[in-house]
Design a protein around this ligand. Structure first.
Ligand code: DAH
Length: 357
């Protein structure tokens, strides 16, 4: 068969010159497709004499194989080159430092709640919780605050709205964490040692009051718990919390849910216009406390003839401001990122339990 060498030379050259896979495919169709040049040549075999066919057949087949092989080789080469090119573009320096990303911070209230919880847990107190919307029975009556009692009015209570004819008992946003005392005693009886941190609500707003704030309640009931145990527990707590020996001063006071009752001050100094806890001759009021009133034990289903104990309630935001020198309570709840970044804590900062005294 004439011209086979030219044919081979021509196709091999075009294949070698194909610049991408699409061009290569065009060449394949033009050579070996149904109407491709080599395919048409093979069809001519039918018209040949047996002798001619015997010579031309193997030669054409060999050509076809050769072109196919050249196509495959070129395709592989183009693929490698494309990959090479992509890898150049996608090159990445894994030794570069990571791009800086702002991380969030732990809010001082969360941090201090954790700190308080860790210190009391170390003294054997479990954590209890109660609902933020509670009935006025739990929030007031069970705590020996009857309907006419001035404490109800004093607390600037938020009442839940009731439609005309809705006769459900009144519910309030709890004004303190004390109702958790009742709920815990009802569910678990005595003896018990718990703290109950959480949100409380009162209609009040100025530099030291916000309508929502945080308290932690304490309750310890057993057969012979006394005010002395209360004083030791609180001094131990404050010393661990502030990281220095803190003296406390108990002042006789009155709460409906405790008898006797005491307000507790911690030692502080105002030297240089800022307050420092654990030194100096001044006192700062930080909590209310006392021996749980027999009527409160009774409301919680605990027999006052058998059991007695102490309770206290303390402002979490307040002690957070004292410990970390934060001047304005309202800023706690403004969600101002600059404030949060300044006063927030690293998530990796684990609260310390011991003052290391
Ligand atoms: N519930 C009181 C308040 O919110 C604080 C308090 C005082 C809690 C005396 C107590 C307590 O448990 O014994 O002002």
């Amino acid at each position: 068969m004439d011209g086979l060498d030219d044919l081979r030379g021509g196709w091999l050259q075009r294949i070698a010159g194909a610049s991408d896979e699409a061009a290569l495919e065009e060449i394949r169709v033009a050579a070996l497709g149904k109407k491709g040049e080599i395919s048409l040549k093979m069809r001519e075999l039918g018209k040949m004499s047996p002798e001619e066919r015997q010579e031309a057949g193997p030669a054409l087949n060999a050509l076809k194989d050769e072109v196919n092989a050249a196509l495959a080789a070129r395709k592989a080469a183009l693929g490698d080159a494309a990959l090479e090119e992509r890898l150049k573009g996608e090159w990445l320096d894994v030794t570069l430092p990571a791009r800086y990303r702002r991380v969030g911070t732990i809010h001082p209230v969360s941090q201090v709640t954790e700190e308080v919880t860790a210190i009391f847990a170390d003294m054997g107190f479990a954590v209890a919780e109660g609902p933020q919307i509670d009935s006025d029975w739990y929030n007031f009556d069970a705590l020996n605050i009857p309907g006419h009692h001035p404490a109800r009015a004093e607390m600037d209570t938020f009442y839940m709205a009731r439609a005309e004819g809705d006769n459900r008992p009144p519910h309030v946003l709890r004004t303190h964490t004390s109702p958790v005392q009742i709920r815990y005693m009802e569910a678990n009886g005595a003896p018990c040692r718990i703290i109950a941190p959480g949100r409380v609500y009162r209609a009040d707003y100025d530099q030291t009051h916000t309508p929502m704030f945080h308290q932690v309640e304490g309750l310890a009931i057993d057969r012979d718990i006394s005010m002395a145990n209360l004083k030791w527990t609180l001094e131990e707590f404050f010393s661990a919390f502030f990281g220095t020996k803190v003296k406390t001063r108990f002042r006789a006071s009155h709460f409906p849910f405790t008898e006797p009752s005491a307000e507790v001050d911690i030692q502080c100094s105002w030297e240089g216009g800022t307050v420092t806890v654990g030194e100096g001759n001044d006192w700062l009021e930080v909590l209310g406390s006392g021996m749980v009133h027999p009527k409160v034990l009774q409301a919680g289903g605990v027999d006052p003839a058998e059991w007695q104990g102490f309770a206290f309630g303390m402002g979490i935001d307040r002690i957070a401001m004292l410990k970390y020198g934060i001047p304005d309570l309202r800023a706690f709840f403004d969600s101002d990122l600059r404030w949060l970044r300044h006063y927030g804590f690293s998530a990796l900062q684990v609260p310390a339990v011991h003052a290391g005294l």
